[in-house]
Design a protein around this ligand. Structure first.
Ligand code: FAD
Length: 506
């Protein structure tokens, strides 16, 4: 790369010969000017001059990477002043990372967790632009893309400690070392893509359905299905909800009748809003059997149809309306015991909520980081936004809420690490439900304040406000799915009532 003086750059200010400076780098805009999505005017204004402040007032760093081919050199004896994000970097913006990563002490995290986060971040940063292309197109995540995530060990890692046996994990972490804090890191890192549609299509269905096979599948079924799903060669979803019944699972109508020779079930019914359903090869499905509710793993075979339901998170989620018409399902595909499907369904709830909590916490943190940066770079009425007390007040509220929720979540993660499954089932349902209730209330407030700080960009797709727009469009998913806010609040108090001492009086 050549070096130039500022006066040399200044000589290139004619309409067909335009150079500009952005953070000590020189860009030749002569060929680009007609292609500039914002028109020629904003560039002409800075022909031959330093456009750093104006550029960062209107664009994210990604834009410089995208158009790096127009960079022709740097300014002599000058160093860039702006931290340029590199894949895997830990942010230096206050509160952009949780406290351990900001240099504070932690009773929970170790150097191995730190190494793991950087390794996962590098991998997912490397896939981020592809992820965003899929998200924006609303397309099915390609087999190649899903398998790249699988090959990195991250499909299994996303499901949790029970799924990583024999998996090569990022950062050289041994599978036996993989605890819930590692899992937390994985959910957080995926959330940094800010691709809620793709996230659901890639991970949403499988993370809630694969545990039903791991914990309740027969050995032959597990041996067949798990390697395919964890490598990304096949996809799976959880099909419980029906048009008639959402929260009230006991009322499902899909039937499974055992054939006269007892070798298979015949399934008939419909399922609604099934995340990843459009792309799924396997459906872990709640059905009504002779004496109650059972869970069956149904393969996409004759009689299985899926139709896309468009939701606010975008079509890459593959949210499906599923119909089962006389579908033959081998008896071996029964998950758990016949008529005891509720046990299978309930066994998943705590962990599903845990996953949502980790993703939600990071989605809010990402927005706080964007708001902090934006408040520092956006100038209005001659002042930076951060110089306005009202903006600092909003940021303070956002930070305090994110930190409070995250710290509670770390504590719950610690509890999960130190409890076996049975103890978790007894003790964790209430606190996880209340944490989810409060987390989604937090998302509501943080998203609202972030929109006000970002102004028009918060309600514009793509560009600088991308993460803010995405959160305000989709945060309600966490408040409705996996147990709605009302149900979470109620469950939390009802669970607490179980342990309310009989003699307790004021
Ligand atoms: C995008 C999307 C993806 C989904 N993915 C899946 C999936 O992969 N698999 C699957 O099986 N299901 C899935 N669902 C279904 C989801 O779990 C249900 O939407 C959820 O259980 C709520 O059911 P409902 O929408 O029918 O609301 P309803 O049950 O009709 O409830 C409506 C509202 O009433 C309130 N309410 C209900 N009961 C009570 C009560 N007892 N006390 C107080 N308030 C109450 C709730 O807060 C709720 O907001 C998905 C849904 C959506 C929208």
């Amino acid at each position: 790369m050549k070096t130039f003086t500022r006066s040399e750059v200044a000589r290139h200010s004619a309409e067909n010969d335009i150079w500009i400076i952005i953070d000590a780098s020189v860009y030749d805009m002569s060929r680009f000017i007609d292609m500039h999505p914002g028109g020629a005017f904003p560039i002409l204004e800075f022909a031959g001059k330093d456009a750093t402040d104006a550029f960062y007032g209107l664009h994210k760093q990604d834009v410089l990477l995208k158009y790096n081919r127009y960079k022709i050199g740097t300014i002599e004896n000058e160093q860039p002043q702006i931290n340029f994000y590199q894949a895997g970097d830990i942010s230096k913006v206050p509160y952009a990372e949780s406290s351990f990563w900001m240099g504070y002490k932690s009773p929970y995290f170790t150097e191995n967790h730190a190494r793991f986060r950087v390794a996962v971040r590098k991998i997912l940063d490397g896939l981020k632009s592809e992820a965003r292309e899929i998200e924006d197109s609303g397309e099915r995540p390609s087999d190649e893309f899903v398998q790249k995530v699988g090959a990195a060990g991250l499909l299994a890692a996303n499901i949790g400690p029970d799924a990583v046996h024999g998996i090569h994990l990022p950062g050289g972490i041994k599978p036996e070392e993989y605890d819930y804090f590692y899992e937390m890191i994985v959910h957080e890192e995926f959330a940094r893509w800010a691709c809620p549609g793709l996230g659901s299509g890639l991970l949403g269905g499988m993370t809630i359905s694969v545990p039903t096979v791991i914990n309740f599948g027969k050995p032959a079924l597990k041996a067949k299905v798990l390697p395919l799903v964890l490598s990304g060669k096949k996809r799976m979803c959880l099909a419980i909800t029906e048009p008639y019944t959402g929260s009230d699972v006991a009322n499902i109508k899909t039937t499974a009748k055992l054939s006269s020779d007892g070798s298979h079930y015949i399934v008939n019914g419909v399922k609604k809003w099934i995340t990843t359903g459009c792309f799924a090869d396997y459906f872990s499905t709640a059905v009504r059997t002779e004496g109650g509710i059972s869970m069956l793993l149904i393969e996409r075979t004759e009689g299985v149809e899926t139709k896309l339901i468009k939701t606010s998170s975008g079509s890459s989620a593959g949210t499906a309306y599923v119909t089962f018409e006389n579908v033959k399902v081998p008896k071996e595909n029964l998950l758990g015991v016949e008529n005891q499907g509720f046990k299978v369904i309930l066994s998943n709830f705590n962990h599903e909520r845990y996953i949502m909590l980790c993703g939600a916490s990071m989605a809010a943190r990402l927005v706080v980081e964007d708001c902090f940066k934006w408040a520092n770079q956006r100038k209005v009425f001659g002042k930076r936004l951060i110089d306005q007390p009202v903006i600092r007040n909003k940021l303070a509220g956002m930070i305090a809420q994110v930190e409070s929720m995250h710290n509670w979540l770390e504590n719950l993660t610690f509890q999960m690490n130190h409890m076996n499954y049975d103890e978790q089932s007894i003790k964790m349902a209430g606190p996880l439900a209340l944490c989810k209730y409060q987390m989604t209330r937090m998302l509501h407030h943080v998203s609202d304040d972030a929109c006000q700080i970002f102004g028009g960009r918060a309600i514009t797709k793509g560009g600088m406000g991308r993460n803010i727009e995405s959160l305000q469009r989709t945060y309600k998913f966490s408040a409705i799915l996996g147990g709605s806010e009302e149900i979470m609040a109620d469950l939390g108090v009802r669970q607490a009532m179980k342990y309310f001492p009989k003699g307790a009086r004021l």
